[in-house]
Design a binder for this molecule. Structure first.
Ligand code: B16
Ligand code: MG
Length: 217
């Protein structure tokens, strides 16, 4: 085993933007008169914008023009909310792990479905700790296709078997496995149980322990 790099998902791994996505979708849903709950929002974890909107519409008919306008409206709300994001919003253990990876001479990349990922990592103050950024603008086929993580690995000039993908969404773990990556799943077994290593979060996740866990998986 020769791990040379880590690829991190953003929402649910490095920070919790799910609350802001929820508020954006909820405001749009209220305006359209569509019921939408926090529980329903959980199903949108790691799911790209357009697919999220189609899920929220629950089969209601819409023209392409309406879909575009509603996605733009939700995104404007989301951008308004993420202005609140600061370095205090990095999830526990994430910054420490990024620093450890850098100190060990390994590489780190972002692999997020979000088209707003760059703005979020700037606000979190972790952009300097990432060697490459692959986001919702980088590839056409989204998770569970492996394209986004392959794009990130290529930027790091590493092969999938040299990289670990850290993800909180089932679609993200599937994407990483399809690409031939090592995987660390954050969250319940029911969601990320297919990962090589499953942890509740990155809190107390030390690099040495993660690499040892992958070795015995
Ligand atoms: P945007 P991740 C995902 O981020 C979110 O989990 C998901 O809820 C969101 O719809 C998606 O990004 C697209 O975001 O509308 O900003 O392009 O988990 O892949 O970092
Ligand atoms: Mg995620």
């Amino acid at each position: 085993m020769s791990i040379r790099g880590f690829i991190f998902d953003l929402d649910g791994v490095l920070t919790d933007t799910a609350e802001y996505h929820y508020r954006g979708w909820k405001r749009l849903a209220d305006e359209l008169g569509i019921p939408f709950t926090r529980e329903e929002n959980e199903a949108l974890r790691g799911i790209p914008r357009r697919e999220s909107l189609l899920t929220l519409l629950k089969g209601r008919p819409a023209t392409e023009e309406q879909l575009q306008e509603w996605m733009a409206r939700k995104n404007a709300y989301y951008l308004e909310y993420i202005r609140e994001i600061s370095p205090a919003d990095v999830l526990p253990g994430a910054r420490e792990l990024l620093e450890e990876i850098r100190a060990a001479g390994l590489k780190s990349a972002l692999g997020s479905a979000s088209k707003n990922a760059r703005e979020v990592i700037e606000r979190l103050g972790i952009a300097p700790l990432l060697d490459a950024v692959s986001d919702g603008n980088s590839v056409t086929r989204q998770k569970p296709a492996p394209d986004l993580f392959l794009h990130a690995a290529a930027q790091l000039q590493l092969s999938p078997w040299q990289c670990v993908v850290v993800e909180d969404a089932a679609a993200g773990i599937e994407a990483a496995l399809a690409g031939g990556f090592w995987t660390i799943g954050l969250g319940p077994q029911t969601r990320v149980g297919r990962a090589h290593v499953v942890l509740p979060s990155l809190q107390d996740a030390r690099l040495e322990n993660l690499l040892a866990g992958l070795k015995t998986s």
